[in-house]
Design a protein around this ligand. Structure first.
Ligand SMILES: NC(=O)c1ccc[n+]([C@@H]2O[C@H](COP(=O)([O-])OP(=O)(O)OC[C@H]3O[C@@H](n4cnc5c(N)ncnc54)[C@H](OP(=O)(O)O)[C@@H]3O)[C@@H](O)[C@H]2O)c1
Length: 216
């Protein structure tokens, strides 16, 4: 696991790229406008980084992060991501993304939508409830007192173990919240969405989460 591909290189993608390079990974960045528009970020990140098309980033990554506005998730390339671990950071904001009836009804989750698009990939929900700036400022070594925890969800235990290891390298504990269908517990407006939490605190937040329809 040496190369991380990024589909989306905005607030979250660029921060994850900084963490990845700082921890010895190669990164292949991509966005919607083309590799040449990522020249400044590639320069900042140095020789371990390059920019490419999203198809190439998907092909190059041992792990690939999808971190785009949710409305564009169907544009994520499918074939080059087959059998790969795909980290999904995405959240649903109707003002930005337009309305997805299945999300409004809560008959599915954002992570399950991406999984149904990437049928043969192993999607792991992660990094969706931490502000981008905090990715490079809140990390601490393993074993630190009150280390911040990040929730993950996924249907493939091996993929979750790999992402747990990555998150630990990046400076955070992990709380396994269960399968993708449970990932609504860390969606927008739930107790764990945003604040700094230890694993024990985050566990309580996930248990206390309510569906939007219950919240009224
Ligand atoms: N910002 C946060 O603190 C935060 C925290 C947790 C989770 N999130 C979630 O993570 C996702 C990304 O958020 P963000 O704040 O990083 O967004 P952002 O700053 O707007 O960046 C989005 C990135 O996705 C790229 N993109 C858009 N459509 C694409 C496509 N079809 N193929 C490839 N790349 C594409 C954009 O490229 P162009 O600029 O070239 O269009 C841009 O690089 C969102 O779902 C957001 O809700 C954000």
């Amino acid at each position: 696991m040496k190369t991380i591909g990024l589909i989306g290189s905005g607030h979250i993608g660029s921060q994850l790229a900084r963490l990845a390079v700082a921890h010895g990974y190669n990164v292949v960045l991509s966005n919607s406008r083309g590799p040449e528009t990522l020249a400044a970020l590639v320069k900042e990140l140095g020789p371990k980084a390059r920019a490419a098309t999203s198809n190439e980033a998907a092909q190059a990554g041992d792990i690939v992060v999808v971190t785009v506005p949710l409305k564009n998730y169907r544009q994520v390339p499918v074939a080059p991501l087959a059998a790969k671990i795909v980290i999904d950071t995405n959240n649903y904001y109707p003002d930005r993304d337009g309305h997805f009836p299945e999300l409004d009804k809560e008959s599915t989750t954002t992570a399950e939508l991406l999984q149904s698009h990437l049928t043969n990939s192993k999607v792991v929900k992660a990094f969706n409830h931490i502000y981008a700036a905090e990715l490079t400022t809140h990390g601490q070594p393993a074993g630190s007192k009150d280390r911040r925890a990040l929730a993950i969800f996924g249907d493939d235990p091996t993929a979750k173990a790999t992402v747990t290891h990555l998150i630990d390298e990046f400076g955070f504990d992990t709380l396994d919240g269960g399968p993708l269908k449970e990932s609504w517990r860390i969606q927008r407006d739930t107790p764990g969405y945003g604040p700094r939490r230890t694993a024990a605190e985050l566990r309580k937040d996930l248990a206390a989460a309510t569906r939007y329809k219950q919240a009224g």
